[in-house]
Design a protein around this ligand. Structure first.
Ligand code: C2E
Ligand code: CA
Ligand code: CA
Length: 553
């Protein structure tokens, strides 16, 4: 009865509070029970209810409570709930057992139920309040067409609802081929040559527009949809490769895999089927990216699957290296050819000693085990230079190109190969001394900045260029970060700081629109000091060498 239920519920609430566990209260109402009673009589109705209660009990644990509080209404109290997903699953099972036909006195009777669920302490109210909120959610379930369940509307439950909706929509989206592929080039730093493209999925959502993977992949984690996405992307990538080959561009493609896919023991067979009869020719153009974070727990099993794929002709790269366990055993146990350093370390490495250290560490490790490295998130050419000087083979990032739709790829390749892109000129920079590569990179960055500035001859052009290009950004990042850490004890450092400060002031003055004669003299000062700064940077290197400053410690 109601009194007993409230008592039990109150006890469960204090227990959940004490042990910091979650409690679920469900209000279940049988849909269309009245007609059963009316049609077959109360005796059948009672038998039906008792058979139904029996079924419900079968789905619950001993610690759960099932109470009948009205003719066809039940309240369930589930203690120690592990996750929303677990509740989700249980609700689905309760609906399933409700929908299974009953046989009462040779009559076949079908039912369905509507359930409302609320979770404590998320819904932080007393026993009566929880029952009321669950009841409220049950009404919403009824209003949405019955034979369903709804969570009481708190933040978390709203999130879960959205997620459920997203999964349904994505399933539909895959079916109607709403996923599209974008491509981002990877270049070889030493030559500027294109070495391939990473395939990145987007979802052309009918209402919300183009969605990025972060907006939908997390929702399908550990569900069967992960394979559907991977299969879709692989299929589309293979078709694209064939089309481009026909056009005379047999481009290498790098495809991301979700974590579920490698757990599938028959993945190699499925992959083989996707390649079809052209397996031998095409597979070598494909690389599969495996996330370091993805639970490659069982390296033995996953290793076997990967090895079979390698036998088909594809190769593997380890994605986002540095963000997970970064364990050497991966390379021992798994057939991994290429290491990709995560962009979070790369983007900041000119300014942060820590990030620089991590990138340096990965590069050294990779060189020790003889694996080429791809740096992701290379947003500036300065980063490209620094990485190249430190022995990184490939780069990928906005500084080279943003991911682009398929129809832009071939024109982009042509333009990259024809034009004098600054990346292919980078090779000349690699010939110099490589000892203090952060310093070289700062020098390079400063030089390029002043080149851009003074390349603008006349007054108007100069002021406009200066306004647009006030800061030698990478140089300043270095001044405030790595440069300071390594060299601030050296006398030249302070001269460098002074010169740079004066230059900034001068630049501001010029931009504040002084008269022509004044501007000419300020420009001359600026020019001279810029040359001094470049000289100073070279001297700083000599000084560091004399003092035996090592940039590795
Ligand atoms: P990821 O594999 O690390 O992919 C690189 C991500 O960094 C891409 O984001 C790319 O657009 C972005 N990026 C590239 N260069 C730069 C840069 O210079 N600066 C910055 N800030 N970002 C840059 P996107 O496309 O949003 O993909 C996000 C993640 O989603 C990917 O990270 C990958 O883990 C996953 N993903 C993408 N496409 C697929 C796919 O087809 N299948 C699977 N399973 N996962 C995918
Ligand atoms: Ca990737
Ligand atoms: Ca990555």
């Amino acid at each position: 009865n109601r009194r007993l239920l409230t008592d039990r519920l109150e006890q469960s609430i204090s227990l959940a509070r004490r042990e910091s566990t979650t409690l679920a209260v469900c209000y279940l109402d049988i849909d269309h029970f009245k007609p059963v009673n009316d049609k077959w009589g109360h005796e059948v109705g009672d038998q039906l209810l008792s058979a139904y209660t029996h079924r419900l009990k079968g789905e619950l644990r001993d610690s759960d409570t099932l109470a009948r509080i009205g003719g066809d209404e039940f309240v369930l109290v589930l203690t120690n709930v592990e996750s929303l997903q677990a509740v989700d699953k249980l609700m689905q099972r309760l609906l399933d057992v409700s929908a299974k036909p009953f046989r009462i006195e040779h009559r076949r009777i079908e039912l369905s139920a509507s359930i409302g669920v609320t979770l404590f302490p998320n819904d932080d109210v007393d026993a009566d309040g929880l029952i009321r909120d669950a009841d409220h959610a049950m009404y919403i379930a009824k209003s949405r067409g019955k034979n369903t369940y709804e969570f009481f509307d708190s933040d978390e439950s709203r999130q879960l609802q959205e997620q459920r909706l997203l999964v349904q929509e994505l399933e539909q989206g895959i079916e109607s081929k709403d996923l599209v592929l974008h491509f981002q080039p990877r270049i070889e730093l030493e030559t500027g040559d294109i070495s391939g493209f990473e395939v990145l999925v987007r979802w052309q959502h009918p209402e919300r527009g183009l969605l990025f993977p972060d907006q939908f992949l997390p929702a399908i984690k550990d569900t069967h949809l992960e394979w559907f996405v991977d299969q879709y992307v692989l299929q589309a990538a293979i078709a694209t490769h064939k089309a481009w080959s026909k056009a005379g561009f047999p481009v290498s493609l790098s495809v991301n895999l979700t974590s579920s896919t490698l757990q599938m023991h028959d993945f190699p067979a499925r992959l083989k089927a996707l390649f079809g009869k052209d397996l031998k020719q095409i597979a070598p153009y494909f690389e599969l990216e495996v996330l370091e974070q993805s639970s490659i727990e069982d390296t033995g099993r996953v290793g076997k699957v990967m090895l079979e794929c390698v036998k088909l002709g594809v190769q593997f790269s380890l994605d986002d290296f540095g963000t997970g366990f970064s364990s050497l055993s991966y390379f021992h146990d798994l057939p991994i050819e290429v290491v990709k350093i995560d962009q979070s370390f790369v983007r900041n490495m000119l300014g942060s000693q820590k990030d620089y250290g991590i990138v340096e560490g990965v590069l050294r490790l990779a060189s020790a085990i003889d694996r080429p490295v791809v740096a992701e998130g290379v947003e500036t050419i300065e980063l490209g230079l620094l990485l190249g000087l430190r022995g990184c083979k490939y780069a990928q990032g906005y500084g080279i190109a943003r991911p682009m739709p398929g129809d832009q790829v071939l024109p982009w390749i042509e333009q990259w190969c024809d034009g004098k892109n600054q990346w292919s000129a980078l090779r000349y920079e690699f010939d110099g001394p490589t000892g203090y590569s952060d310093l070289n990179t700062a020098l390079f960055s400063y030089h390029k900045w002043s080149e851009r500035l003074f390349g603008q001859g006349e007054t108007e052009g100069f002021v406009a260029a200066a306004r647009e290009n006030m800061r030698p950004a990478a140089f300043e990042d270095w001044m405030q970060g790595l440069g300071f850490v390594h060299y601030h004890k050296l006398p030249h450092w302070h001269m460098l700081e002074d010169l740079h400060r004066l230059n900034r002031e001068t630049l501001r003055e010029i931009c504040a629109e002084v008269d022509a004669a004044k501007e000419e003299s300020l420009k001359a000062d600026l020019r001279q000091r810029s040359l001094d700064i470049e000289k100073m940077l070279v001297q700083l290197g000599d000084e560091a060498q004399e003092k035996g400053i090592s940039i590795w410690n």
